[in-house]
Write a protein of this length. Sequence first.
Length: 222
Amino acid sequence: MPSSARASQSVHAITSRVLTTSLVVNLVLMIAQAGAAYAAHSSGILADTIHAAIDLLADALLLLACRLDAKLPPEQRPTYEPVALFGLGALLLATGAQMIWHAATSLDAPADVSPDALSFAVLAVALAGKGGLSQWMLKRARAIGGAALIEASACHLRADALTLLLATLALAGARAGLPRLDELAATLIGVMILRTGYGFARRGYQMRAAHAGWGSRAAPPR
């Protein structure tokens, strides 16, 4: 097997392991967030829990794309990776729009936010977990010379950590007597997710267009 092919297989194997680790950790953190959101009746934390669920789906989608691409000859890669990135972007766009709509329609309902110390403790653990995991994933991506799937998942996870921090601060404001900050946080999270989704969809489209252009140039003339 040529050295370039072996290197490509190694990158795909490392990417697969990193994304599997991210999938497991995100599942644990999502369950913790869901419990905190339910206990505190927080729209902001609920919005970020949905975002965490999207993280899980994203990791599963990217992991599948990685394993499918690994089975292809080097000259046909990436084939599934751009599709996965574009699909993830479209999913985030739909999720962000739904979050903004839900937050806007909840403004007429009476506020019912009741955070406690345990909820804040759980959210602190989730924040630390997301931040640490995203940093580890970015280091792994740099160690193997850059891996688009790992970088995309890590950047998405880091954005999720920022939205969770925003939701936690809004929850603290609700505890201080400003309950509408919770809906505001949910709206801002939706906007941030829209921005992230657009970036992923654009990156997937550009990767696919670049690969198609390279393939047409590399094809022998008939």
